[in-house]
Design a protein around this ligand. Structure first.
Ligand SMILES: [Zn+2]
Ligand SMILES: [Zn+2]
Ligand SMILES: [Zn+2]
Length: 322
């Protein structure tokens, strides 16, 4: 019984992830989704009024270019109602259909796009030059000289590394991209520390992990975990598996009391610079691991004006004091 309850419950609309993959695994059906998306994309505000983007059966069949009525009807019926809705005005994409279409748009573009130009910030760890690379739809900023921040869990030199949709690269300089990626990371984090997946809205599970033999000094990472951080938070969506693993010092930056406290001190952690973020994490946050119960205490700020949060092993806030 417990197993049933803790399993991801993703069949709310009668379609499991496996069935959704199977339904969409057909060229004609994807062409129907693409055609309806194009019809709807011509109309602004289609989330408010969809009637203008609906196509009749015969018009939709003509645009998808399938001659056989019965075959076309078969494929269209597979998409209704989960991806396509049939209304009095004709056929249009459902909310799920639009999400599929937008997902296709966000992954379109060149695979290994070159990012040209230099990042104007220096590495906050060693002062070396920062290089931006885009590979496998991940945008990575790395130091060209030191080991970076993430130890063995990311390529050497990594300072910031996150999935980034290809269309977002257009018309942005490397500095714009750095600011955009930081903004997106912090925005995702605010969702996840509230227990909400930014990708699929399911529950996010938080887990504290602690380096038991941590021994780091300023400027030298711990030999055991190869990072400067004693405690890390893993935030994972049980349904779509979207996940982040960040130092506790960064995890707490997504919490409203911390956002407000730091804003009053002149730092907007929702749209920070890499330097701001690093300075905060390195010199304005002190983290101690508590044993019974297992958790972590984080104090932010300096000299009398501080905010202290205690998190439990699931990263829930159990105490706040100022
Ligand atoms: Zn460096
Ligand atoms: Zn360690
Ligand atoms: Zn999710």
């Amino acid at each position: 019984m417990d197993d049933v309850q803790s399993a991801p419950r993703t069949e709310l609309h009668g379609v499991s992830p496996e069935e959704a993959f199977a339904i969409l695994g057909d060229e004609t059906r994807l062409n129907i989704v693409r055609t309806l998306w194009r019809a709807g994309a011509l109309h602004e505000y289609d989330d408010i009024d969809d009637s203008a983007s609906a196509l009749s059966f015969s018009e939709l069949r003509r645009r998808v270019n399938v001659g056989d009525n019965g075959r076309f009807n078969y494929h269209l019926s597979k998409l209704v109602p989960h991806f396509v809705r049939k209304t009095d005005d004709g056929y249009r994409l459902s909310g799920g259909g639009k999400r599929i279409a937008r997902a296709v748009v966000t992954v379109a573009g060149e695979h290994g796009t070159e990012i040209t130009g230099a990042v104007n910030s220096d590495c906050p760890v060693c002062g070396g030059a920062i290089e931006a690379t885009y590979e496998d739809q991940w945008l990575r900023f790395s130091c060209t000289e030191c080991a970076g921040l993430f130890g063995d869990v990311a390529p050497k030199g990594t300072l910031l590394n996150a999935p980034f949709p290809t269309p977002g690269l257009a018309n942005r300089t490397p500095d714009d991209l750095l600011a955009t990626e930081l903004y997106r990371c912090m925005s995702d984090l605010t969702h996840m520390v509230q227990g909400v997946c930014p990708e699929c809205a399911s529950a996010v599970r938080g887990t504290l992990s602690v380096c038991e033999t941590h021994d780091a000094t300023p400027g030298r990472s711990c030999p055991a975990c190869a990072t400067p951080f004693v405690a890390w938070g893993e935030l994972r969506c049980e349904t779509c598996r979207f996940a982040k693993r960040l130092p506790i010092e960064l995890c707490v930056m997504g919490l409203a009391p911390v956002i407000g406290f730091l804003y009053a001190q002149g730092t907007n952690v929702l749209a920070p610079s890499l330097d701001d973020l690093f300075d905060l994490v390195q010199s304005q946050v002190v983290t101690t691991v508590t044993e019974t119960p297992r958790g972590v205490r984080t104090t932010i700020g300096t000299e009398g004006d501080t905010l202290t949060l205690t998190l439990d092993e699931h990263l829930s806030v159990v105490e706040i004091s100022q």
